[in-house]
Design a protein around this ligand. Structure first.
Ligand code: UDX
Length: 455
């Protein structure tokens, strides 16, 4: 089938490459000519396992084209995907300007009946706005063509986006048109083997499904972070609690790992956007607001532990930081908890020496040259001259460090672990001062609790 994808960002590029891989002829359109040229030369703008080979091979085979000419794109595809960014505006609402610009472009060049598919994460009701935009462009050209706007949200995880796209859990298609449904079924047939994954629903429900999925996952994380904080006050171990509750299949083990708060390009943005959408229709989303508040607070938890150990003047202290990306297997630092921590450490006068397996260039881009910041080539070199280690992202490479080396390098023998990757008993035996999330008693509050129970 002939497909056009507008936007070669994260979602668009992965989707386009996956569709080309199964044999569709895909044209990618982007207004960023430099990016298009680099892609033609096989340079992939993001780090994502498996993506580079998929793009290069399919481009070489002629199934994946890149252009900055929108007219060429609109004339090519019987299905036109819109996969451009929807960044938050100043109120946290998803800004759909780019989506509507693409809609207008499609309306300006469309020359036959076709199906427009919205892949970008957009507020409920955007499909209607896309339709109106195309209609407007058509009426200006005095053309009367039949087109359908379908909602087909993506559920890609960074780090496994290619695998998620090639083997999706579900394929949500929001449409009330039988013709569009059939076309979409044909498009996705290669991804719909073994079991039925396609779910057809109305457009608004499809749009809301995307937000509901991400907000549900964000809710699980924030709930667990709340229990972790409470466990510290009660002298309980959240890791035991996690295993205890996860064994109930209604709860499950996924997305109940406590930590330093969720980051990335989706959860923070989508929670804020759904709160905003709710407010626009006069509805108060109490749970979502609490999820957001807890997450903002959680991102400061490591800094609070550092201050409770050292006091709030960190002048002269140097912290080794392991992990900058918002999660392992990505170089993405958008909304990363590491940023909140690094900036708080600087404000308190500390120096930071950081290492991340993938996000070094991104950190360099974000922070540039500073006297109080050093990007180190290895996790070991980040320890040199440091007083304490802070683990922010749970990369596999950090799970079994050389503890003898840590003892030699860290002047104060302190580890702050934001992801509970180490065993507190082992670290205690090695005489580390070890702080993690939701494990072990916080003595003062426990004493208070006991007193309260006795009273
Ligand atoms: C997410 C959704 O998983 C994906 O389906 C959607 O399409 C886009 O948003 P992504 O942002 O790539 O994907 O990351 P994900 O792996 O879901 O992790 C999100 C954040 O939650 C990370 O900051 C991670 O550290 C945090 N997290 C995750 C926890 O703190 N605890 C957990 O138990 C799981």
């Amino acid at each position: 089938m002939k497909v056009t994808v507008f936007g070669v960002g994260y979602v668009g590029l992965v989707q386009a490459a996956a569709l080309a891989e199964v044999g569709h002829h895909v044209v990618c359109v982007d207004i960023d000519s430099d990016k298009i040229e680099r892609l033609r030369q096989g340079q992939i703008p993001i780090y994502e396992p498996g993506l580079s080979a998929l793009v290069i091979d399919n481009h070489a085979a002629g199934r994946l084209e890149f252009t900055d000419q929108p007219e060429y794109g609109v004339c090519h595809g019987d299905i036109q995907f819109i996969a451009v960014g929807t960044p938050p505006d100043e109120n946290g609402a998803a800004d759909v300007t780019h989506v509507l610009t693409v809609a207008r472009t499609i309306g300006s060049f469309i020359d036959r009946d076709l199906v427009v598919v919205n892949k970008s994460t957009v507020p409920v009701g955007t499909a209607d706005a896309v339709r109106a935009e195309i209609d407007q462009a058509l009426s200006e050209r005095k053309r009367d063509l039949v087109f359908t706007v379908v909602s087909n949200p993506e559920f890609l995880k960074e780090g496994s986006a290619v695998a998620d796209c090639m083997k999706p859990d579900r394929i949500i298609i929001g449409t009330d048109s039988k013709y569009a449904e059939e076309l979409m079924r044909e498009l996705y047939a290669p991804f719909n083997r073994n079991r039925e994954k396609i779910m057809i629903m109305d457009v608004r429900s499809a749009e809301l499904t995307k937000y509901a999925a991400n907000c549900m996952l964000a809710t699980k994380i924030s709930f667990m972070n709340e229990i972790a904080n409470l466990a510290e006050h009660l002298g309980a171990n959240v890791e035991a609690v996690r295993l205890g509750i996860g064994s109930d299949p209604r709860i499950g083990y996924h997305f109940i790992y406590p930590g330093v708060g969720y980051g990335g390009s989706c959860f923070p943005k989508d929670v804020k956007a759904l709160i905003n959408t709710a407010h626009q229709v006069g509805f108060e989303p109490e749970v979502l607001k609490a999820v957001e508040v807890r997450n903002t607070r959680q991102k400061t938890t490591l800094f609070e532990k550092i201050v409770s150990h050292y006091g709030d003047n960190l002048q002269g202290k140097t912290f080794a930081l392991w992990g900058l990306a918002f999660k392992p297997n990505t170089d993405d630092m958008r909304e990363a908890p590491s940023r909140v921590l690094i900036e708080a450490l600087w404000r308190a006068g500390a120096r930071v020496q950081a290492y991340d397996p993938e996000a070094m260039e991104e950190a360099q881009r974000l922070y540039g040259q500073r006297d109080d910041f050093r990007l180190c080539g290895t996790k070991e070199s980040a320890l040199q001259g440091a007083d304490a280690l802070v683990v922010v992202t749970e990369w596999q490479a950090f799970r079994a460090p050389d503890f003898a080396l840590l003892q030699r390098e860290l002047a104060d023998n302190v580890i702050f672990d934001g992801r509970n990757v180490y065993d507190p008993e082992r670290l205690k035996a090695r005489r580390f001062n070890y702080y993690s999330v939701g494990r072990g008693a916080v003595l003062q509050p426990v004493a208070q609790t006991l007193e309260a129970l006795r009273a």
